[in-house]
Ligand binder design. Structure first.
Ligand SMILES: Nc1nc2c(ncn2[C@@H]2O[C@H](COP(=O)(O)OP(=O)(O)OP(=O)(O)O)[C@@H](O)[C@H]2O)c(=O)[nH]1
Ligand SMILES: [Mg+2]
Ligand SMILES: [Zn+2]
Length: 349
C-alpha cells in the first residue's frame, strides 16, 4: 500500500477530485512521463496509463498531463489504465518549449520548491539563475540555488559577489557528493509531503544528489565529456522519487536553455532587485528604457545596479514579450481559421 499523503495528496486536491465529472474513479500521481503513456502511482500500486481521445483533442502541449500531475483514471487491466481527467494545477513549472516561439511546456506540476542546480566548475552562470528564477517565482514556487561539486576548485568570493543582488530571495546551498554533511543540510530544506523539482544543465549532478539524498542508487548518473566538460544527457525522463519520510523529488533531464514565458514585470523586478528603485521614477508607468527621470537607469549609471543585471532585465522582458505576442498572433490565426471553416460549412455545394 502506498500512502498518497507522502506523495503530496491533500484536502485541496480531494476537493478538486470531488468536483470532477469522474470523481467515482481512482486517482494517482504521475510518476514518470513517457512519450505516449504515463506511470501513475496510486494507493494500490503503479499503473501504466494512456490518455482518452477527449484528453488529447484540441489541447496545447502544456495542458497535457506532466510529471507531478494528479489524474483520475479508469482501470483497464491489472496494471493498465486510461486517464479520464487531470486535476487543476497549482505551482507548475513551465518553460518555453525549445524550437518554438509560442508553446509552453510543463516540466513538473504541484511543486513547492525548485532546486536550481549549477555546478561550480564551468557551469556557474548568474544570468541563467535569474531567468530560471523568474519562471519559478512566477508560479509561487520557492527557489533554492544548489551549487554542486564544492570539492573542485572554485572562487568562493566571486560566486558570492555575483549572487549579491539575489540576496534573501534565493537561499543558497553548497554541496558535494563527497561531503555527507552538505547532503544532510540539503535534506533539511525538504519538508514532509513537499515536492521538489531539480532543474539545471546536463552533468551538474542532479541525479547524483537525489541518489545521495536517498542513500541508494535510484537513478543512473553519467560521466562528463572530457572534450566539452559538459554532461551527456544521462537522464532522459522526468521522474518522481519518494524520499523516505520526507518529500517527493522530481529528477529532470538536463536543460540547455530555459526559455521564459512569464511576462510578470513586477516579479522580474523583484527577482532582480530593481523594485526598490522603481518607485522613484518620474513617470508611474516608466518602462526603464530611455525615459527622463528614470531611477532605474540612474541606479545603473551610479553603479548601484550592475550593468549585467540591467541588460538581463531588458533581455528577459523582450523574450517574454515575444512569447506573449506570438501566442496572441497564434490565437488570432486560429480564430480566423475556425471562422472560415464555419463559413465554408454553411455554403451549399
Ligand atoms: N567531483 C564531483 N563530481 C560530481 C558531484 N556530483 C556529481 N558529480 C559527477 O558529475 C557527473 C554528472 O552527474 P549526474 O548526476 O549524472 O548529472 P545530471 O545533472 O543528472 O545530468 P543529466 O542527467 O545529464 O541532466 C557524474 O560523473 C557525477 O559523478 C560532486 O559533488 N563532485
Ligand atoms: Mg540526471
Ligand atoms: Zn524607470
Amino acid at each position: 500500500m502506498n500512502d498518497l499523503n507522502l506523495y503530496g495528496w491533500n484536502d485541496w486536491l480531494f476537493q478538486q477530485k470531488e468536483a470532477s465529472d469522474y470523481s467515482g474513479f481512482i486517482h494517482g500521481r504521475i510518476a514518470v512521463t513517457h512519450k505516449t503513456c504515463y506511470e501513475v502511482v496510486t494507493e494500490t500500486g503503479c499503473y501504466t496509463c494512456e490518455l482518452t481521445g477527449n484528453m488529447l483533442y484540441g489541447k496545447e502541449d502544456s495542458e497535457l498531463p506532466c510529471t507531478g500531475d494528479w489524474v483520475i483514471f479508469q482501470v483497464l487491466d491489472a496494471d493498465k489504465g486510461l486517464i479520464l481527467d487531470r486535476l487543476p494545477r497549482r505551482k507548475t513549472l513551465y518553460r518555453l518549449k525549445s524550437g518554438t516561439v509560442a508553446e509552453k511546456q510543463a516540466i513538473a506540476a504541484h511543486v513547492e520548491q525548485a532546486f536550481i542546480v549549477q555546478s561550480l566548475d564551468l557551469n556557474f552562470n548568474v544570468r541563467r539563475i535569474e531567468r530560471t528564477m523568474l519562471q519559478v517565482v512566477a508560479e509561487e514556487i520557492r527557489p533554492v540555488l544548489i551549487l554542486t561539486k564544492t570539492d573542485l576548485v572554485f572562487e568562493e568570493a566571486e560566486v558570492k559577489a555575483a549572487l549579491k543582488h539575489l540576496g534573501n530571495k534565493l537561499p543558497v546551498c553548497y554541496t558535494s557528493i563527497h561531503d555527507p554533511a552538505s547532503i544532510a543540510k540539503l535534506r533539511s530544506y525538504i519538508g514532509r509531503g513537499e515536492t521538489v523539482v531539480f532543474i539545471g544543465s546536463s552533468g551538474v549532478g542532479k541525479s547524483s544528489l537525489i541518489n545521495q539524498l536517498c542513500q541508494k542508487e535510484v537513478l543512473q548518473t553519467g560521466a562528463i565529456s572530457g572534450s566539452t566538460g559538459k554532461g551527456k544527457h544521462t537522464s532522459t525522463r522526468r521522474e518522481i522519487i519518494l524520499l523516505d519520510d520526507a518529500g517527493v523529488l522530481i529528477d529532470t533531464p538536463g536543460i540547455k536553455v530555459f526559455g521564459v514565458t512569464s511576462d510578470d514585470q513586477d516579479k522580474l523586478s523583484e527577482v532582480l532587485d530593481l523594485s526598490r528603485f522603481e518607485g522613484a521614477c518620474r513617470f508611474a508607468d516608466c518602462q526603464h528604457v530611455n525615459e527622463k527621470g528614470c531611477a532605474v537607469i540612474k541606479a545603473v549609471n551610479d553603479g548601484e545596479i550592475e550593468e549585467g543585471v540591467y541588460e538581463n532585465y531588458l533581455k528577459l522582458r523582450k523574450e517574454a514579450w515575444h512569447y506573449t505576442s506570438s501566442v496572441h498572433e497564434k490565437r488570432k490565426r486560429e480564430k480566423s481559421f475556425s471562422k472560415m471553416v464555419k463559413q465554408v460549412k454553411k455554403k451549399p455545394f
